[in-house]
Design a protein around this ligand. Sequence first.
Ligand SMILES: *Cc1c(COP(=O)(O)O)cnc(C)c1O
Length: 353
Amino acid sequence: MNIRITKSEKLKTKPDQATLKFGRTFTDHMFIMDYCEEKGWYDPKIVPYGPIPLDPSTNVLHYGQGIFEGLKAYKTKDGRVLLFRPDKNAQRLNASCERMCIPEMKEEDILEAIKALVSLEKDWIPEKEGTSLYIRPFVIASDPFLGVHASHTYMFMIILSPVGAYYPTGINPIKIYVEDKYVRAVKGGMGTSKTMGNYAASLYAQQKAEEKGFVQVLWLDGIERKYIEEVGAMNVFFKINGTVITPELNGSILPGITRMSVIELLKSKNIPVEERRISVDELIEASEKGQLEECFGAGTAAVISPVGELMYKDHSYIINNNQTGDISRMLYDTLTGIQFGNIKDEFGWTVEV
Ligand SMILES: *Cc1c(COP(=O)(O)O)cnc(C)c1O
């Protein structure tokens, strides 16, 4: 690709690294590439960060034909810049595109665009312990007219945001509400894609859970409200009687890259791990027998998020005395160690920018 670069004339002041929030400040530049049927994907460029003019009839604003990705760039102690398995994000971006009738891109072009922008903005990657630069690639349908039909034109963009440590005061278990009325996705729907509508669909239950004092919801399957799917926008794992179990990718669960890495890491350490259907009844039974040893969410933002309490139909189930379990801690330390370049990357997961 030949990426045209227009530099910003006035650079912003960088935010205080001690008080960074998630997704509030953005860097000086953004990447944009357009699509039309005659030219395919064309005119890749990096331009000053700023608003984009959109016609009020723009397709994505009405019908939600759009997808996104999320990954991070990490600065190592010796000043190198690492990405974590960005090839997997590029593959998943294309998989989401396919599901949403958006023309795919070349995987190497997606990676080149990410690297070019991160490299230009590398002074924006915070160095304070646990901080990173969040990378948000996304594609929107940009046809300026109404009508429920796949768009003929698209925009692929990448924006960057410096983010603080997810756990400023150390990794701590969260309280989760098991949602048995509303669902996130169904088989045959869009659950396996990182598409905008899935997040819109999740807001109502998430808001209700917050009002009741819970941090996130545990989603159950859309048909029987019986089998575990995900926790908020993370994949979920349980340790029952020594075995780590995560719901299998059944057609409504988002295939997380952290999930995939957790499974590979556990296998490499000979810790038993199973991908299979798991019901909420099985969890409760295990909890009552004292065999529900750990529960944690896994996703790019938090990496590993231990769960200390599950609330299901007005009963509260406390897990591991509301403490972070050994497996959760080990996974968190190992994954963040690899991401920040503090542990040798035996898997070849990191890519230097
Ligand atoms: C992004 C996402 C995940 C986690 O995926 P990672 O690649 O690990 O960040 C899990 N569930 C949902 C619904 C997501 O959107």
